[in-house]
Design a protein around this ligand. Structure first.
Ligand code: ARG
Length: 470
């Protein structure tokens, strides 16, 4: 059991206590960020004359070797160390002796862990963004291909008005676009460096915090050392944004599951994204969509858990905050996995245009347009609504669509109906007359698609990432 703080203690830590306290099993995940932070720290210490140039060079070189050995698998991160910070420092000291012991000058594990977690999360914000963008590209492709694919739009899961598949996909495009904006927003708010805040009250060494921040690609240093070591807002914001992504994915999954059912038959999942039943040979189940829907709860759980952990913590650092890691890591892995799988599933899914069209035709989705037709001929809307209500009732009795009702019978319900009604209530007219921006009409959809294309061509993250990627 290698501990950094044994000096004040006369007894060994109880084994159970040691295990309960230790974080190495999960914080080893950010060994790279820990080393990156330490390198920047010693560079700054040398610049300030706190370490010599030779000491700095030896430490940086040896830290690089440690990283390489971990990556190659020749140096194992084992449970004998309390946490990743102890692992790196102990290995450094083993190799460099007294010089290695100087690494932790002017630093505490409190600002160190705040930095490591921030560096790790910052990268994950960008990775998540890339995956959301991949999904948007697939959505845009489907939108471009299906501006004329008519399907029913629903309210209360009842057929409401005809729309197109492009329009339906476009709704999800907007949701995931907002998710990206949230990620970007979080990035710009979190990108300040806590290193140099010490345990809570800064240090007496003449550190150059601007310099460390710059080396690590931050916009600048954080401005209050107590807040620096006690702040996990950025994790809460990230978990919240990821929960929203999952909520969107889950709604989408729910629809895809319904569309994939025998009753709807709007879509068919590719074999590669479906599973069979051990007993029922005919089955092809949408398990991936169900799992994504199911995993949403787990990401919400992480958000609620961290909010609850943080709510009673007095300033500044408290060990409760170690609980931020496992659940955040799990949420990140879950969301990234779900995004990648969902995108694959969507991009290989077959859309059955005929079934969609049939469903739109058979659900009186043009009833509003039939009423509007009468209004244009001078009937007050409330009366038109009632006339079409009677018309629908009569169609239901005859088991036909509005379009199939002979003109004579239409006229019997209201003499205002004329031959041109059939054109007015055709699915194409219903969709394509809806031309205001944001509507399903082909022309309106094409305008939006052009805007989204421009949006996808922008690369905010290149600009951000350039600042710190080596
Ligand atoms: N493993 C700790 C954490 O994750 C690192 C900081 C430890 N600091 C301390 N004073 N015990 O929060």
């Amino acid at each position: 059991m290698a501990q950094l703080w044994g000096g004040r203690f006369t007894k060994e830590t109880d084994k159970l206590v040691y295990n309960f306290n230790a974080s190495i099993l999960f914080d080893k995940k950010f060994y790279r960020q820990d080393i990156e932070g330490s390198m920047a720290h010693v560079c700054m210490l040398a610049k300030q004359g706190i370490l010599t140039k030779e000491e700095m060079q030896a430490i940086v070189k040896t830290l690089g070797e440690i990283q390489q050995e971990v990556e190659e698998g020749s140096l194992a991160i084992t449970e004998e160390y309390e946490d990743i910070h102890s692992f790196v420092e102990a290995n450094l000291i083993e190799r460099l002796g007294d010089t290695g012991k100087k690494l932790h000058t002017g630093r505490s594990r409190n600002d160190q862990v705040a930095l490591d977690m921030k560096l790790y999360t910052r990268l994950e914000v960008l990775y998540t963004d890339v995956l959301v963008k991949d999904l948007l590209k697939v959505l845009l492709r489907i939108m471009e291909e299906h501006t004329e694919t008519i399907m029913p739009g629903f309210t209360h899961l009842q057929k409401a008005q005809p729309i197109t598949l492009a329009h339906h996909m476009g709704a999800y495009f907007e949701m995931f676009k907002r998710d990206r904006l949230r990620l970007r927003d979080i990035y710009t708010r979190m990108n300040y460096c806590p290193l140099g805040s010490g345990a809570l009250a800064g240090t007496t060494y003449p550190l150059d915090r601007e310099y460390t921040a710059e080396l690590l690609g931050f916009y600048g240093p954080t401005l209050n050392s107590m807040d620096s070591v006690a702040d996990r807002d950025y994790l809460i914001e990230f978990l919240s944004a990821m929960s929203t992504i999952m909520m969107h994915l889950s709604r989408f999954c729910e629809e895809v599951i319904i569309w994939n059912s025998n009753e709807y038959g709007f879509v068919e999942m590719d074999d590669a994204y479906s599973t069979g039943s051990s007993i029922m040979p005919q089955k092809k189940n949408p398990d991936i969509a169900e799992l994504v829907r199911g995993k949403t709860g787990r990401v919400y759980g992480a958000l609620v858990s961290l909010l609850t952990t943080m709510k009673g913590i007095p300033l500044a650092y408290n060990k409760d905050m170690q609980e931020d890691k496992e659940l955040t890591f799990d949420a990140i892995d879950t969301v990234k996995g779900c995004l990648a799988l969902f995108t694959g599933m969507l991009s290989t899914m077959k859309f059955h245009k005929d079934a969609m069209r049939r469903s739109a035709n058979n659900g009186f989705t043009n009833a509003t347009d039939a009423a509007d037709y009468l209004v244009k001929k001078g009937v007050p809307f409330r009366d038109a609504h009632s006339i079409v209500g009677r018309l629908v009732l009569s169609c239901i009795e005859k088991n036909i669509a509005i379009d199939d009702m002979p003109l004579q019978e239409l006229k019997a319900i209201s003499p205002v109906f004329e031959e041109d009604v059939y054109e007015a209530v055709s699915m194409e007219t219903c969709v394509n007359k809806r031309l205001t921006i944001g509507g399903p009409g082909k022309v309106a959809m094409e305008q939006v698609i052009a805007l989204e294309k421009e949006y996808l061509a922008e690369e905010w993250q290149d600009e951000e990432a350039k600042k710190w990627k080596k």
